[in-house]
Design a protein around this ligand. Sequence first.
Ligand code: SF4
Length: 399
Amino acid sequence: MNLGVYIQVPFCQTKCTYCNFHTGVVAREKYGPYADAVRREIAALAASGEISSLRDATVDTVYFGGGTPSLLEPSALAAILDALRRNFAFAESAPRDSEPARDVPPAAPLEITLEADPETIAAEKAEAWIATGFNRVSLGVQSFDERELQAAGRMHRRADIFAATRILRDAGFRNLSMDLIAGLAQQTRASWEESVARVLEIRAEHISIYLLEIDEGSRLGKESLAGGNRYSADAIPSEDAMAESYESACARLADAGYEHYEISNWGLPGFRSRHNLKYWRREPYIGVGAGAHSFDGARRWSNVHDSAKYVACIESGISPREQIEPVTQQQALEEELFLGLRQLEGIDLAGVEKKYGVSLQARIAGLREQGLLEMDGANLRLAPAHLTVSNEVFVELLG
Ligand code: SF4
C-alpha cells in the first residue's frame, strides 16, 4: 500500500488580504522549534500504535504545504525529510542523472513537493532543496499583474515570478506547479488573459486555477461585506466575470496540451499531482504539524491548529491530536461522491453502488435532467460546461 505524507508549515511573511487559512506571521525564531516539533511528531507517530494499519505502507508522495514552507531553512526541511526516511519505508527516487527532459513525465516513483512563494526563492536554497530530494515545487503565483498582487497583499511582484522560475529551472526542477486565482480584486479580463498567457509561456508542468472565495474570516471578506474599499474590495470582479475567466482558461489550457483532471487542476501528460490525487481518491495519507489532517482509510483525525499549542504539546509529550473520528459508511459514500466528482473523469457509478449497497439513481436523476451531471460511458461526472457551479451540484446531491 502507498502512503502520502503532508507536512504543514503554518507561517507566512504577511497575511494575504483574501486568506482565511490557519496561518500566522510569527518571529523567525519560532521556525526552528516548530521544525523540531514536526520531526518529533514523525518519530512518535511511527513508534505509536496509532497508524498500525499503515505500518507496511510505502511513502510515495510527500507534500510540504502551508503557509509558506519555503520560509524554513533548507537544513530544517532536510531534517524533516530525514526523519521521515528514518521512520517510514520510502519509494525509491530516480537517480538525478536520469532526470527526464522538460515535458517528459518524471520517472521518479517518489514525488516530494515544496510549496513556495516566488520572493522566497534564491539559488542556494533551490540547489539545497533539490539535493535534499525535493523534485516538485508548487509556486504561489496567483497573478502576474502588479495591481492585483498589491491589492491581494502578496509580497512578490511580477519580476519575482520570472526570477524564481529561472532559478528553479537552473537548479534542475523539471516539475513546477503554478497557482492562479480568478477573481482577484483589480482583475480585468485583459489582466487575467495576460496571467494565463504568462503561465503558459513558462510552461509550468502543472497549473491550479482557483476562483476567489470571499470569506468573512479574511480582511478582504470583512471589508467587502461592510461595503468598504480597502484592499480594493470594491474592485472584485462579479461572479459571472470570474466564471468567464475560468472558462476561458479551460479552453486555452486545453489548446496548450494540458489535461484538465480536477475542477481546479491541470497537468501536462504525466504531471498530475500524485499527492493531491490521493485526497480525491480517498487513499491514505498522514498529516504532520499544526492543523494537519490524516486519513487511514477508516478514520480521519487532525492536530491542534495553533502552532504554539502544537509545539507545546509535542515538547511535553502530549498528543497534538484534536479530533479522531471513524468514517461511517454514509460519510464514506458522501466523500466518494463529493471527492470523486471533483475529478473530471468522474466516478464508476455501478462500482460505487455495489460497494455501498445503494442505488444512486433517484439522487442523481434531477441533476442529470438539468444537465449538471452526465454519464460518460460507465462513469458519472460533472458536466464539463457546469464546473463553476460544482458546489451547488454537491449541495443538491448530498442534501
Ligand atoms: S501565502 Fe498563502 S497561506 Fe500565507 S497568507 Fe497568503 S494565501 Fe494565506
